[in-house]
Design a protein around this ligand. Structure first.
Ligand code: KIV
Ligand code: ZN
Length: 511
């Protein structure tokens, strides 16, 4: 039940910026566009779309999202440096509503070892940065990085100066996930009591989850007066991640009696958005993850089941349908048409262009010939494959492997690169998949270290499609790849090629 006097908390989603910094979670442009569309449908107020100065890929993503995504404020990150801020604006200028987020570390440890600046220099740079950003847009966020480990007096001075220079949101990051809820309460209360112009800005909080306290810390900040929470879908992010969007939103909604605060999030979109981000990044959520995990609403114990049958509120504090769990996900079959597929894809959070839909529909028909029942998982896998592989340089034409126990496999592999085809025949490897990976390396010229390989079925049944996820290392960076097929060897080949294509795209960009 939501109180009509609730404060509205601004939800600032940083899945595409801080979340993407999670190892192996980097997304290409098409994937970021897809995720941004889903975040708008979810009702996110601000989407932090990237850090434009760090790479051409980040710049392009912020630019394209600014040009095409409507309904949320689009934000770009910048250090307190002219070049960063100018580049951020260049990417953001077409947004319906644009925010520049400038940050500068303030804690003693960062000042001394990372920045080698004294307190006065930090204040001067913070003010210069905010002023430069304010020359472009009125919506400016300032973050004193590592705020939670910054001396209280100095933090108050920096925040006051940043607001004085034009910051409209001041974000308090617990950058290293060190705070406890008591610390957070103290920091926010101190700022509200001691910064004279604090009422001119929204106080925000940005908590990392190193001690598993990101959501609790964010709630403590809201309780103390914060008006914005920064978070990511599935709690994605570096190390142990960021505050999880779905958890903070449902905690505020379910315990509105206590927090007297709510968000504009369309909670029925939480599960579809969580699944979409998991599919895009390849980072699945654990089964018992609060709100969106597969078991989040599963009652196994007999005593619970008995209570639930008599009255669901005996053991249930939220309804699964309120967060977007569908009763059943058996959806389409051989006779389903293009419109039905388009509808289902939309429901699942995907925004497919006309041609993308044509492509997915073709594959859907082929799949429906092979398996009778098409589940949501199958559709997501087909769409993801379309998004992941669109515009790839190398693609699989055919493979042939002959092998047996204690035999070295004989493989013939043909790949396409533009209009050309390349075939390699060799005797190598330990099993058919290894043989194909070696042949891919020979043809493409990329030698990688395979760090992770896993196969799972996307739905149920013996005829289910297999999804292969690989993670490979190339020149000290991790790249992921994903492939699906009802043939798991073919799925492996596609996943490996997908990773090679990501390497090819990013190394060409860096050159
Ligand atoms: O964790 C952090 O300090 C950040 C800032 C850039 C807000 O991500
Ligand atoms: Zn962060």
């Amino acid at each position: 039940m939501t109180d009509r006097d609730s404060r509205k908390i601004v939800i600032f989603d940083t899945t595409l910026r801080d979340g993407e910094q999670s190892p192996g979670a980097s997304m290409n442009l098409a994937e970021k566009m897809e995720a941004a569309g889903a975040l708008v449908d979810l009702g996110v107020d601000v989407i932090e779309a990237g850090f434009p100065i760090v790479s051409q890929g980040d710049f392009d993503a912020v630019l394209e999202i600014s040009k095409n995504v409507r309904g949320s404020t689009i934000c770009g990150l910048a250090r307190c440096r002219e070049a960063d801020i100018d580049r951020a604006w260049e990417a953001l200028q077409h947004a319906e509503r644009a925010r520049i987020h400038v940050f500068l570390a303030t804690s003693a440890i960062h000042r001394e070892f990372k920045l080698k600046m004294d307190q006065e220099e930090i204040i001067r740079r913070a003010v210069e940065g905010v002023k430069r950003a304010a020359g472009y847009t009125a919506d400016i966020e300032f973050s004193p990085e590592d705020a939670s480990r910054t001396e209280a007096d100095f933090l108050c001075r920096v925040v006051e100066a940043a607001i004085g220079a034009g910051a409209t949101t001041v974000n308090i990051p617990d950058t290293v996930g060190y705070s406890t809820p008591t610390d957070m309460r103290r920091v926010i209360t101190t700022l509200r009591e001691r910064v004279p112009n604090i009422d001119k800005a929204v106080i925000s909080v940005h908590c990392h989850n190193d001690l598993g306290l990101a959501v609790a810390n964010s709630l403590a900040a809201v309780e103390s007066g914060a008006g914005q929470v920064e978070c990511t879908i599935n709690g994605l992010g570096e190390r142990a991640g960021n505050c999880s969007l779905e958890e903070i939103v449902m905690a505020l909604r379910t315990r509105n009696d206590h927090y007297k605060a709510d968000t504009g999030i369309v909670t029925k979109r939480l599960v579809p958005t969580s699944r979409l981000v998991a599919n895009i990044t390849g980072i699945q959520v654990q089964r018992n993850k609060a709100i969106v995990g597969r078991n989040a609403f599963a009652h196994e114990a007999g005593i619970h089941q008995d209570g639930m049958l008599k009255e669901r509120t005996t053991y249930e504090i939220m309804r699964p349908e309120d967060v977007g769990f569908a009763k059943t996900d058996l959806v389409l079959g051989k006779h389903s048409g293009r419109a039905a597929l388009a509808d289902r894809a939309k429901e699942m959070g995907y925004h497919l262009e006309h041609e993308q839909l044509d492509d997915v529909f073709r594959q859907f028909k082929q799949l429906a010939d092979k398996k009778k029942e098409i589940y949501d998982g199958d559709i997501a896998a087909l769409i993801e494959q379309q998004i992941h592989t669109g515009g790839e340089r190398w693609s699989l034409v055919s493979y042939h492997v002959v092998t047996g126990s204690d035999e070295t496999p004989d493989v013939t592999l043909t790949l396409a690169h533009g209009d050309e085809q390349f075939t390699k025949t060799m005797s190598a490897g330990d099993g058919p998949i290894d043989a194909i990976f070696l042949a891919v390396e020979e043809i493409t010229g990329y030698t990688v270290v395979c760090k992770d390989f896993n196969v799972h079925s996307v739905t149920v049944g013996k005829d289910a499609q297999g999804e292969v996820m690989v993670q490979v290392e190339y020149q000290d960076r991790l790249y992921r790849g994903r492939g699906i097929s009802t043939d798991s060897v073919e799925a492996s080949a596609k996943a490996f090629l997908n990773a090679i294509n990501r390497i090819a795209a990013s190394t060409t960009e860096a050159e």
